[in-house]
Write a protein that binds this ligand. Structure first.
Ligand SMILES: [Zn+2]
Length: 69
């Protein structure tokens, strides 16, 4: 059974300095920078290191499966 997500992950502009949430990745995300945000576990994935793009692609791939595209 698939867990029901609280909210879809999305690109946001971060308001405070953070770090990429990808394990092993310590690339900082500075305020005003774009990051891919998962509200479910409140994790951020940086755009600078490419993990944000990776996460958004993964999410889009799931979406596409569900839509039967
Ligand atoms: Zn990263």
């Amino acid at each position: 059974m698939r867990r029901r997500f609280k909210g879809d992950p999305k690109w946001i502009i971060v308001r405070y300095p953070a770090k990429c949430g990808k394990s092993g990745c310590e690339v900082p995300i500075t305020a005003g920078e774009r990051a891919f945000y998962y509200p479910e576990d409140r994790s951020l994935y940086g755009a600078r290191c490419g993990h944000g793009e990776e996460a958004s692609r993964d999410f889009a791939a799931h979406r596409i499966d569900e839509d039967g595209y």
